[in-house]
Design a protein around this ligand. Structure first.
Ligand SMILES: Nc1ncnc2c1ncn2[C@@H]1O[C@H](COP(=O)(O)OP(=O)(O)OP(=O)(O)O)[C@@H](O)[C@H]1O
Ligand SMILES: [Mg+2]
Length: 259
């Protein structure tokens, strides 16, 4: 579904040049949820921005379905942003004076859908995220978790196959965060339109919800076994997971506890 091949990206030039990505290779299958972790400043958002068509890479390529891109500016990948990739951010980025259904429908109308079609697709998406009974509420009348679900509906509306989530639960309490993870899993396993999710998180407990974890380190991604790294596979082993090993990898807020 999504494949990134030898992707590099530097910011600045000369002695100020910062080589953030040094040849990232990764593949995400349809229906797969992958957690991307790595130290602050390692380039996680940069990688998502290039995949999402907001930023051009320097070398390499991205293939998403039948579309190959990665090195051209945002104006040449409008279709990727309109049809292929949905975004979830820490802040929900909803318009305060629009109802849930209008927030979702407006995004679709901006991408060229007729108003009637957009409202229908928005209703379908809101149903899918469990907000069928809150369609006509404005953001202020919704909890943080519900607002994030509106944002998720907006991201998947129109059947976009890939969802990029940059710290999606950063502003949510633990319970709402877990609900979002459960929803992500459902969306990946949807019988009709299974999507793929690439999620950046600093929280190993959240990452353990993913099918797989990738670590972005020194400009490259490597597979990492979050469950064993954090002792999540076996409760008894949790206490023996070495903090020394774990700390350089992620900024953790304590491990061990789960589900
Ligand atoms: N537009 C830009 N111009 C110059 N440098 C940039 C730009 N965007 C990002 N950087 C630099 O690239 C590096 C990677 O940034 P990025 O935001 O991708 O990190 P991150 O892994 O998402 O970090 P965090 O976990 O803190 O969100 C940082 O050193 C950052 O300062
Ligand atoms: Mg970031």
């Amino acid at each position: 579904m999504l494949s990134v091949n030898g992707l590099t990206k530097a910011f600045g030039s000369g002695s100020n040049k910062l080589q953030v990505l040094k040849g990232v290779d990764m593949n995400i299958k349809q229906g797969e949820m992958v957690a991307l972790m790595g130290p602050s400043g390692s380039g996680k958002s940069t990688l998502l921005n290039i995949i999402g068509g907001l930023l051009a890479g320097d070398e390499g390529s991205i293939t998403l379905g039948k579309r190959t891109y990665g090195l051209k500016g945002p104006s040449s990948v409008v279709d990727v942003r309109r049809e292929l990739v949905g975004w979830i951010f820490q802040d929900f980025h909803l318009l305060d004076n629009l109802t849930a259904v209008d927030n979702v429908a407006m995004a679709l109308e901006l991408s060229g859908m007729s108003s009637a079609e957009a409202v229908q697709a928005a209703e379908t998406a809101l149903d899918k995220v469990g907000l069928g009974d809150r369609m006509h509420f404005i953001p202020d009348q919704l909890s943080g978790g519900q607002q994030q679900r509106v944002a998720i509906a907006r991201a998947i509306a129109g059947n976009r196959p890939v969802l990029l989530a940059d710290e999606p639960t950063g502003n949510l309490d633990i319970a709402s965060g877990k609900e979002v993870m459960a929803l992500f899993k459902e969306l990946c396993h949807d019988a009709e339109h299974p999507i793929s999710i690439l999620m950046v998180t600093h929280d190993p407990d959240l990452a353990s919800n993913a099918d797989r974890m990738l670590l972005l380190n020194d400009g490259r991604t490597e597979a990492s076994d979050i469950r064993s790294a954090w002792g999540l596979d076996d409760e008894e082993d949790a206490v023996s997971a070495s903090d020394d090993d774990a700390e350089p990898v992620v900024e953790a807020t304590g491990g061990g506890e789960e589900e």
